[in-house]
Design a protein around this ligand. Sequence first.
Ligand SMILES: [Fe+2]
Length: 399
Amino acid sequence: MWEDEININEVKEIRSKTTVYLGVGAIKKIYDIAENLKKSGINKVIVMTGKGAYKKTGAWDYVEDALKKSNIDYLLYNKVTPNPTVDEVDDAAKLGREFGAQAVIGIGGGSPIDASKSTAILLSYTDKTARDIYEFTFTPEKAAPIVAINLTHGTGTEADRFAVVTIPEKGFKPAAAYDCLYPIYAIDDPQLMVGLPRNQTLYVSVDAVNHVFEAATSKVRSPYTVLLAKETIRLVSKYLPIVLENPQDLKARYYLTYASLIAGIAFDNGLLHFTHALEHPLSGVNPKVIHGHGLGILLPSVIKVVYPAVPEVVADIFSDVLPELKGTKDETDKAVNGVRNWLNDLGIKEGLRDLGFTKADLDKITELVFTTPSLDLLLSMAPVDATKEVVKEIYTNAF
Ligand SMILES: [Fe+2]
């Protein structure tokens, strides 16, 4: 395969609206990035991250050194949790404003990077709060410059215009999407990801698969999103089992990172629909639910509902996993079982019950799909009508 001929140690520049540095050793690009920030007049930044991975991966050594070498003062906010809340963002924004931060560097997976993006908006709108962003009381048109140093291969947030933050008292986990949320630079260095625990490795890749599945089957799908979807699923199906077997395999990590990046670009273009709209209430209500895990549990049930509407696309994008699919409406069960078995083989064997939900929660989570701000947009992108009955049916089949 041509993949074998690519020198993964040569850092490539991949441009969307974000300039992404992809490759083993890409973290060293932080020196150039820091210099560029300095040249553009930035003297103070807030660095946002979780509690440990930024150090354990070695990313912090480079970031701290680069900021010092470029004479940029930094404030380290290392308290972002998985499924970050509006309160954390407000906390970081308050500290960042007091410090005089002019840019935000996010280090981590989706949670720290999305919290960083949200904080970047609040640095530009000093009279607003994170609840204003996620209750959509205003439309942000600017944000402080964002740099994303990605430590997982799943969310695609390092190169897209989305951010997701939870409003805990409401169980809402809305997604904001604004052009000002594109990071100016992103680093995708697979070397920083070799320590990702097995389950996280699995769940983030399943997140990427859902991004492309939805982007390729939404009402606004395009030849581009279908192309990116097919390649993402091919790469994940080939390299994820290798990484689950040998977490240190850099070439496999490289292609999973690339797959996650292009999956992010795919849904930046084709948007998302059922799987994400139905997962957000799960992790919104129970922050212990890991996004990619919830998505993996829902995916077969979503395919059951949408396959008859988009059989050719689904058969095409899954052709490396399920070559037997021909793309006809009558093979829905074959597609559902095929994807379920694939996910099962990779390690997703649970149902919603195992995440702590019972049938008594059905009405509540169904209601949240329709009341959480921003999810209505995702529902409107689904290739079949997103009625309450359909949503309930998807959840029911995922128990
Ligand atoms: Fe996602």
